[in-house]
Design a protein around this ligand. Structure first.
Ligand SMILES: O=P(O)(O)OC[C@H]1O[C@](O)(COP(=O)(O)O)[C@@H](O)[C@@H]1O
Ligand SMILES: [Mg+2]
Ligand SMILES: [Mg+2]
Length: 332
């Protein structure tokens, strides 16, 4: 059972406060920022749970900077995050999958100025069919010495100060790290509060399970095809799971282990997933849970981004599972 304080579950806000108390230099602004993220995800969760009762299904009728068809819920989620973060006063810059460029939202400077980047709705192709989707976020310090939002956001993932996601599934869970382990909170629908349910999660080192969209494997680099042939012959037999929502596929691996990969493909020669608000936050969570995350040739958190929508291949999961894939890639 999760840790309790005086017999009560630990709330997300209490947990952040505890972490901050371990940092005497912290000013408390950070927990105010995180409460903004938590509020926005509760709003997004309520839209998702009422899908069909309110108009959230279908396309918005526009295409985003990624060239993807934008869903109504992508925009509703994006607006919810921008609104709640906009009120915080300590968020200097935001960037989103759905916005062309990062934007300065307040002139706050110095130690208490943060950058927040997010994928407001992850797994868009699953919205209309009631399959789990998510929201992914990451927080960096806003470097006062760098001019302009476009440059300020270009920091390697190793500089993240916090990251997480919310999975809108059979229950709504928030998974979070600020570099002191990876922890999970479950939304109590009765009180609308995120409560600590798993602390210091550890990804199993090895689980015979992989997750990939094999429909594209003919376009994968040879090493990945070699891995897929190898796992099918291995004893005990590996199982395969693929939801098609990155957050849902990653969450299963966080709890049960295995490996997820989205390599370079013919359609996406640099990979499909975005470094800043998909691969980096999940890599931070995975490493804090004893797992690993790679581009196939480099640790994700060491990648220097070229721009805010930088794409990257991703191999993520239990350490030994990831090593098995990387060994196949190197065994060229
Ligand atoms: O349909 P594909 O090519 O397998 O891609 C699925 C992947 O694309 C994504 O939907 C991309 O994320 P968005 O939905 O946020 O654009 C991931 O969640 C998922 O893992
Ligand atoms: Mg996504
Ligand atoms: Mg998205």
């Amino acid at each position: 059972m999760p840790r309790k304080i005086d017999g009560d579950f630990v709330t997300f806000t209490q947990f952040i406060q505890e972490e901050q108390n371990r940092h005497p230099e912290a000013t408390g602004d950070f927990s105010w920022l995180m409460s903004g993220v938590a509020l926005a995800t509760r709003m997004i969760g309520s839209y998702i749970r009422r899908a069909g009762l309110i108009d959230v299904w279908g396309d918005q009728g526009t295409t985003n900077v990624q060239g993807e068809t934008v869903k109504k819920l992508d925009i509703m989620a994006n607006d919810a995050l921008k609104r709640t973060l906009g009120y915080r006063g300590n968020v200097g810059i935001i960037a989103s999958e759905e916005d062309d460029e990062p934007r300065v939202i307040s002139e706050v400077e110095g130690e208490d100025s943060y950058i927040v980047m997010f994928d407001p709705l992850d797994g868009s192709s699953n919205i209309d069919v009631n399959v789990s989707v998510g929201t992914i976020f990451t927080v960096f310090k806003n470097p006062p010495e760098i001019e302009g939002a476009a440059k300020s956001v270009l920091q390697p993932g190793s500089k993240q100060i916090a990251a997480g996601y919310v999975l809108y599934g059979s229950s709504t869970v928030l998974v979070y790290t600020c570099g002191q382990g990876t922890h999970m909170f479950t939304l109590d629908p009765q009180y609308g509060t995120y409560l600590l349910t798993r602390e210091n999660i550890t990804i199993p080192q090895h689980t015979p399970s992989y997750s990939v969209n094999e429909a594209y494997s003919h376009g994968f680099p040879e090493g990945y095809r070699r891995y897929l042939d190898w796992v099918k012959l291995e004893k005990p037999r590996y199982s395969s799971r693929y939801v098609g929502s990155l957050v849902a596929d990653f969450h299963r691996i966080l709890i049960k282990g295995g490996v997820y990969f989205y390599p370079e493909t013919n359609a996406n020669p640099e990979g499909k997933l975005r470094l800043m608000y998909e691969s980096n936050p999940l890599a931070f969570l995975a490493e804090q849970a004893g797992g690993a995350a790679s581009t196939g040739t480099q640790r994700i958190l060491d990648v220097m981004p070229g721009d805010v929508h930088h794409r990257t291949p991703l191999v993520i999961g239990g350490k030994r599972n990831v090593d098995e894939v990387l060994d196949m890639l190197q065994a060229g």
